[in-house]
Design a protein around this ligand. Structure first.
Ligand code: HEC
Length: 218
């Protein structure tokens, strides 16, 4: 008897729920009820929307405070002038080991990809672009380049020099140091064939030290 009464009760509860559901007439196309919405909806601001003005007329200044640096961005604070290059040459230190064959191979790959077209495979300034009207660069084996410090070369690759444009957007900071190490290897052993074959192999199989994008800007 007890279980029949319980079933009746459950049937009544079910009927009640269906009744309430029907009374509320749920409409999926309409917003649901919100209880204490608080900060559920924040004012959405478009990327190019006008700068907001407060009730008292103050214009909200959304510019970052002077001296702030975006996360992950490492500024290169040298001016793009010969003096800036000399200063960078005195202050910047190449932190990529010169004797790590993986690093040098990566440097060769960067050189083959971005520099050979003008500087030539052997660094003599006779790349294919020079036959097509691009002013030939000086030899990287000449005294001037031999005497340049790594930091000065880094300045050239990052900010350009005369007829050479900046390669900051194509070559990551670490790759710039690696390619400089490769130029040094060329300068030390100009007769040895550049390990472009190794670099070529890298095209199929990216090395451990392959570029990781360029989040750090210039
Ligand atoms: C579009 C052609 C071009 C490309 C590509 C190029 N360079 Fe240059 N580079 C030049 C020219 C031209 C100069 C000489 C600029 C001048 O007159 O001072 C130069 C100068 C340099 C110098 C200074 C040499 C010196 O004795 O003053 C270095 C170092 C250098 N380049 C490295 C690189 C590296 C590393 C790459 C690849 C990431 C590269 N360049 C790619 C054209 C190029």
């Amino acid at each position: 008897m007890g279980s029949v009464r319980l079933n009746l009760l459950l049937i009544l509860v079910l009927a009640g729920m269906i009744g309430v559901q029907w009374l509320l007439l749920p409409d999926p196309s309409r917003r649901n009820w919100e209880f204490l919405p608080d900060m559920v909806e924040s004012p959405a601001r478009g990327a190019q929307a006008p700068v907001p003005t407060l009730a008292d007329g103050t214009v909200v200044d959304l510019r970052p405070p002077p001296g702030s640096v975006a996360k992950g961005f490492i500024p290169l604070q040298y001016p793009a002038t010969p003096e800036g290059a000399l200063l960078a040459g005195r202050e910047l230190v190449n932190h990529i080991p010169v004797d790590d064959s993986d690093e040098v191979t990566r440097g060769a790959f960067v050189y083959a990809t971005f520099c050979t077209v003008c500087h030539g495979a052997g660094g003599h300034g006779d790349g294919t672009a020079t036959q097509l009207g691009v002013p030939p660069p000086p030899s990287l084996l000449a005294d001037h380049a031999m005497e340049m410090s790594d930091g000065q070369m880094y300045h050239v690759v990052s900010l350009g020099q005369a007829n050479m444009a900046s390669y900051a957007s194509q070559v990551t900071r670490d790759d710039r140091w690696r390619v400089i190490n490769y130029i040094r290897a060329l300068q030390r052993a100009p007769e040895a064939p550049p390990p472009l074959e190794a670099a070529e192999a890298l095209r199929e199989e990216p090395s451990e030290v392959a570029a990781e994008g360029n989040p750090e800007g210039t």
